[in-house]
Design a protein around this ligand. Structure first.
Ligand code: BGC
Length: 554
């Protein structure tokens, strides 16, 4: 992390920028509203580029901005070569990319290759063309089982609840074949057995590389290839040997990424991919980032890790050792738009929680504790070797909004689960920028727009403006940490060496002359000798209080 120039030319090392970049996730609908309709957009992002530059991140991942009916908040893409009018225009996207580069920030859009919107021209054509047509071959259509084909072709479930199959009508309107959707019915899965699908996505990659994007975040990267026989899933999916699950992490998926890598490598500069890949084991994740495939993959084991020193140490060691074997850097992440914000995760006594799962209302929350731990986690994450992601609002200390009224919920999980799971809206509430009442500067002054999800009043203390210039605020902590990370030669890529630490604490050094201690226990631990560079909370004389982390110059 030594340099700020988006072209990479000012970096002192020769390693590509992405090996230790800090990338800020912009969840576009909730970042900043420029046109006054209560929903974030490209104009909003452009107006906040100075904020992002001053925060000290290297790049922006922008969640899907393509035309979309928004059945899954943009992850149902109707056209990969344009911008949804809610978010702006293609010309504005091009301007954003150019301006971000001027600010030293790279830009990584999201690409969603597992499925498209049911309003995509391909899917409309498939419905119109009927069974047996080449148009249907781009998707996974099958006759149903049982009398009249009224039962779905197999027992696969949608990630959002219910069957993964929906029955389509034949062109004459009568009930016909079923189509596969591992997510919502409005998100039909593509058929990656079909060369046309490969060609289309390579062309989409080129479309955006030609517009100078610096890479892509790949949605559901592990899910594209299915067992062509579409067998029923075993009840116990953990029983599948590696690569044998019928629709997850199948080996053939790597052929797709080898081809994508060749496309990226045709372009000058260091373009990069980051995979959202869920794999049963870390060695399977490492397969995605072998040198002929993708560059990086989110480390969700780190995100999922309970607040426990041994558990963190094990995740860190396992991750780095598997990645070392394939020569890839680690990619640390604490939060994103699919999971409970980490102050709320860490603020509960509950140690385990399922990915994408929600806490039950009965699990009491100690938000003060959660925020203290979140600050410590930030210093831990940013001191580790490799790259890291910051989810918008994490730098403000935002927590999960758990009391959104039923009628505002928009995540398809809410309806698909029969209103038993509230879904992911609580981590997607629009950011508070300034002022003392909603919309907290999210929309332009005087627009009268209400944010698409209501913001809690308590966020008045957590706006970017309220924290600006206060080094002890969460924003102050992130700004200082990111500045030190850029300046300190030990941070970013490299190695770490564990040091002796009390039970419940993590302590490591990085050469030259850097130390990090994180106390995850509930009693103070000794503070090693050294000059304090940054602490996540107040320190006692020579002791590190519980749930606190510190960076030291050794
Ligand atoms: C995205 C989710 C989305 C799903 C389907 C996920 O991995 O991050 O937000 O609902 O893919 O596209």
């Amino acid at each position: 992390m030594h340099g700020t120039d988006a072209t990479g030319s000012a970096r002192s090392g020769t390693a590509p920028w992405w090996r230790d970049a800090v990338i800020y996730q912009i969840y576009i609908r909730s970042f900043a509203d420029g046109n006054g309709d209560g929903m974030g957009d490209i104009a909003g992002i452009r107006s906040r580029l100075p904020y992002l530059r001053d925060l000290g991140v290297d790049a922006l991942w922008i969640t899907p901005w393509y035309p979309s009916p928004q059945a899954d908040a943009g992850y149902d893409v109707a056209d990969f070569r344009d911008i949804d009018p809610r978010f702006g225009t293609l010309a504005e996207a091009e301007a954003l990319i150019a301006e971000a580069h001027e600010h030293g920030l790279r830009v990584i859009p999201d690409i969603v290759p597992n499925h498209v919107s049911d309003q995509h021209v391909w899917f409309r054509a498939a419905l119109a063309a009927g069974p047996g047509s080449p148009e249907r071959e781009r998707f996974v259509f099958r006759p149903g089982r049982g009398p009249d084909g009224a039962e779905p072709p197999n027992n696969w479930r949608s990630a959002f609840g219910g069957s993964a199959w929906t029955r389509a009508a034949d062109p004459d309107g009568s009930p016909g074949e079923w189509y596969l959707h591992l997510f919502a019915p409005e998100q039909p899965d593509l058929n990656w057995e079909n060369p046309e699908v490969h060609a289309e996505f390579q062309s989409v990659l080129r479309f955006w590389f030609d517009r100078d994007v610096d890479g892509f975040r790949i949605d559901v990267a592990h899910g594209l290839v299915k067992d062509a026989d579409l067998p029923d899933l075993l009840d116990d999916t953990s029983a599948y040997p590696a690569g044998a699950h019928p629709h997850q992490d199948r080996d053939a998926v790597h052929e797709i990424y080898r081809a994508w890598r060749r496309v990226a490598d045709e372009y000058p500069g260091d373009r990069k991919f980051v995979a959202e890949a869920h794999t049963p084991t870390p060695d399977r994740l490492a397969n995605y980032v072998r040198s002929d495939r993708l560059h990086t993959a989110f480390n969700f084991d780190f995100l999922r890790c309970p607040w426990d020193a041994d558990a963190f140490r094990e995740v860190i060691d396992t991750t780095t050792s598997y990645l070392e074997e394939v020569g890839a850097p680690a990619t640390w992440v604490l939060s994103n738009h699919d999971v409970i914000r980490h102050p709320s995760r860490y603020g509960r006594s509950l140690q385990e929680w399922p990915y994408g799962g929600r806490f039950s209302a009965e699990t009491p929350l100690d938000l003060e504790l959660g925020l203290r731990r979140a600050r410590a986690a930030a210093l831990l994450m940013l001191a580790l070797p490799g790259g890291a992601y910051v989810y918008q609002g994490e730098e403000l200390g935002l927590w999960e909004v758990e009391d959104l009224p039923d009628e505002v919920l928009q995540d398809p999980i809410w309806e698909r689960s029969g209103r038993t799971e509230r879904g992911r809206d609580g981590c997607r509430v629009p950011l508070p920028w300034s002022g003392t009442a909603p919309p907290f500067g999210f929309s332009p002054d005087g627009s009268g727009a209400e944010p698409w999800l209501p913001q809690p009043e308590e966020w008045k203390e957590y706006t970017a403006r309220a924290q600006d210039g206060r080094p002890e605020s969460v924003l102050g902590l992130y700004r200082t940490a990111l500045r030190l990370r850029r300046e300190h030669p030990a941070l970013g890529e490299g190695e770490l060496e564990w040091s002796e630490a009390d039970e419940g604490a993590l302590s490591f050094t990085r050469a030259p002359g850097f130390g990090c201690v994180a106390n995850l226990s509930n009693r103070p631990c000794p503070l090693p000798r050294g000059r304090v560079l940054l602490a996540s909370g107040p320190l006692e004389e020579d002791r590190l209080p519980p749930d606190t982390a510190v960076w030291l110059a050794l």
